[in-house]
Design a protein around this ligand. Structure first.
Ligand code: WTA
Length: 649
């Protein structure tokens, strides 16, 4: 596999401390090996037992039915309700008065909710939804800031069997419209605004724009958070919290079949259109419950903080469903990590005595750059475990995370997984594995992972190839909304249904540890967010000046990858800094600011193979290899390359 050369040499290894090991849920390698073996050799016994730790309304008859592969059925015959798993089960225990959600807004306002209080809030909002006719199977889009009502509305949908489709608050009106239409959403939940870097993000205004000319949405539920002025459509818009005041605090959870859809979450694929990844109820709850329990080694007195936004899968699985199913105290923070100062995260950790921190490499690198003093001036002695997710973590950032943030005391769990996998797939168990900086180490229970070549042969130690998963796991996606063929084609066709293909490159070292080497398809990973090159290209091409565009990643110290766009423009247009800026803004409007290219390079024409395919690998090399010239408007002369290529052929 000449495409994937591993250049990373990393020989350091860090054992968990004896103290950590002694107190851990699993602190002994032999026990871990036994559990892993059972999960592979006798998955029915392993997953059956795990599933029975959850409160089922009706017990399941069968653990796994794989007869309609690649669409798995887990826990068939069983009924449960995800919001009851997260809330109701704790109300008859000591956790009733334990804090479920401890929230801090960017301006510093704090709200906390016990399990009993969270239950009441969720029931109220569920009743508000019902009163406007939202019911089982309806799709509901949620576009909200990181406030407690976001988690409560997610759970309220689950409670009444409505399918939530959360759209990250950074997406543009166009992106919202696409998702609302694709999912056939009949209601939208939003807020007047949210706080971000001291400013109000006007979310309701973006929703209004997104819904212009969209006929199918009967209600927009609005949570008033920031008090900014908003437009109001009396026929469509309702004040959610006003209605909640008089709503009942009881709402019976809807019994859901294990395979009923719990939610859709849109993610980028290698073709232009975002995919509505479909997750179902039973398997997803079992998977997120068990991974949270073991990977974060949860204890009753932990204060757990995952810094992701609920708009991404990490927030779904490891802010809402997994931790609440475990009865954890979950910290939620609304704002930016450097507002009002670059030590905000560490201040929050000191203030709320956070014990477990789960964040992303891009954040870790930003903190590294801002300087150790912003970290060390706050007390981090409460921390006992650190986690990383979203992109490969470079060993330097890993070491900084361990030494500066964790004071060499806290194990790091580098967790590899995807929107599609629902939950963590590759990870150390913190009490067991001697971690190596930059490696996601070993498969979680029930995950049968391998590194294979293009023909599907397993590769030997340290050979770079494709990551592949051999068998179904409970939290896996069940399909793509409205496009089952695309599900088969994207994830299962590459190896004739034998392997799930995540689209990542990897190698396995001599200890069997996995080292993820990034995407092998046309997907970029910017700040841990997946973006499709095709989507950004079509956004660029929709601008009148652009004839053709090719988007490639280039390595970036802070964001992991940055977006570099090569653009050829029409005869009427002039390559200029102004046009570059216009194009960047155009992409931000079309998709969202997160997709705005870091760099635009103009070219006469894009370099192509004889068969007319854009030579992306070449563009990638150019994008990563060359210094950015002061004059960004120079046209790239690919004619030279063209001549070189024909000489070589
Ligand atoms: C990448 C986020 C290396 C990977 C949970 C994957 C990682 C994509 C890691 C999924 C990690 C995620 N090490 N790479 N620990 N975690 N990735 O769907 O390329 O937003 O395919 O899910 O992020 O991104 P997604």
């Amino acid at each position: 596999m000449p495409d994937i050369d591993s250049v990373l040499q990393e020989n350091r290894s860090f054992e968990p401390s004896e103290a950590f090991r002694a107190a851990a849920r699993v602190g002994d390698r032999a026990e871990y090996d036994r559990m892993y073996r059972e999960s592979i050799d006798d998955p029915d016994a392993f997953w059956g037992r795990a599933a029975r730790e959850l409160p089922w309304i009706k017990p399941f008859d069968e653990v796994l039915d794989w007869s309609e592969a690649p669409v798995a059925k887990w826990f068939g015959g069983g009924q449960l309700n995800a919001s009851a798993v997260c809330l109701d089960q704790h109300l008859t225990t000591d956790r009733r008065d334990k804090v479920a959600i401890l929230w801090e807004g960017e301006p510093g306002d704090v709200r906390s909710f016990t399990y009993a209080e969270a239950h009441a809030e969720v029931c109220r909002l569920a009743n508000v939804l019902k009163a406007r006719g939202v019911g089982k199977g309806d799709r509901v889009a949620i576009y909200m800031p990181m406030i407690p009502e976001l988690a409560f509305f997610v759970l309220a949908c689950a409670r009444i069997g409505a399918i939530h489709s959360v759209i990250f608050g950074g997406f543009s009106a166009n992106s919202i419209r696409d998702r609302v239409l694709d999912g056939g959403c009949s209601a939208v939940i939003t807020a007047d605004g949210g706080w971000r870097r001291g400013k109000v993000l006007p979310l309701k205004a973006v929703v209004d724009k997104a819904l212009e000319g969209v006929g199918g949405v009967h209600t927009v539920f609005v949570v008033k958070r920031t008090g900014n002025e908003i437009a109001w459509d009396d026929a469509r818009d309702v004040d959610a919290l006003e209605l909640a005041k008089t709503a009942s605090v009881e709402c019976a959870p809807e019994p859901m079949e294990s395979e009923d859809t719990l939610f859709l979450l849109y993610t980028s694929g290698s073709t232009g259109k975002p995919k509505g990844i479909r997750h179902t109820t039973g398997g997803y709850m079992v998977g997120t419950y068990l991974t949270t329990k073991y990977v974060f080694d949860l204890r009753e007195d932990d204060v757990y903080w995952c810094t992701a936004d609920v708009g991404w899968i990490t927030g779904h699985s490891y802010i809402v469903y997994g931790p609440l199913a475990n009865g954890a105290t979950v910290v939620m923070y609304e704002g930016a990590p450097n507002e009002p100062h670059p030590g905000r995260f560490w201040e929050l950790i000191e203030k709320h005595r956070v014990t477990i921190l789960y964040t992303a490499p891009t954040a870790i690198r930003a903190f590294m750059r801002w300087g150790d003093e912003h970290v060390t001036k706050f007390d981090r002695s409460s921390l006992r475990l650190l986690g990383s997710v979203g992109e490969p973590i470079n060993p330097e950032a890993w070491m900084w995370y361990r030494n500066v943030v964790g004071e060499e005391r806290c194990p790091i769990v580098d967790t590899w997984w995807q929107t599609e996998t629902g939950g963590i797939m590759l990870t150390p168990l913190p009490g067991v594995v001697a971690t190596k900086p930059g490696s996601a180490t070993l498969p979680f229970f029930g995950v049968d992972a391998a590194v294979i070549d293009e023909e599907g042969n397993e590769l030997g130690a340290n050979l770079g190839g494709l990551l592949a998963i051999k068998r179904p796991w409970p939290a896996m996606l069940r399909g793509i909304w409205g496009d089952d063929e695309r599900y088969r084609e994207t994830y299962w066709s590459k190896f004739d249904g034998e392997y799930y293909f995540p689209g990542d490159g990897a190698r396995r070292d001599e200890d069997g540890f996995f080292w993820i080497m990034g995407r092998v398809d046309d997907v970029l990973n910017v700040s841990g967010h997946r973006l499709s090159t095709m989507e950004i290209e079509s956004a660029l091409v929709s601008h009148a000046a652009v004839v053709e565009a090719a988007v490639v990643p280039r390595p970036d110290e802070l964001t992991g990858e940055a977006i570099c766009a090569f653009v050829s423009i029409g005869p009427g247009a002039v390559a200029s800094d102004e046009l570059a800026e216009q194009l960047r803004e155009h992409v931000a409007t079309e998709i969202g600011k997160l997709a705005r290219p870091a760099e635009i390079r103009f070219a006469d024409a894009l370099p192509k193979t004889r068969s007319g395919k854009i030579m992306r690998r070449l563009l990638r090399d150019i994008a990563s290899g060359r210094e950015i010239a002061g004059d960004t408007t120079t046209l790239e002369d690919f004619a030279v390359l063209d001549r070189l290529r024909s000489d070589a052929e």
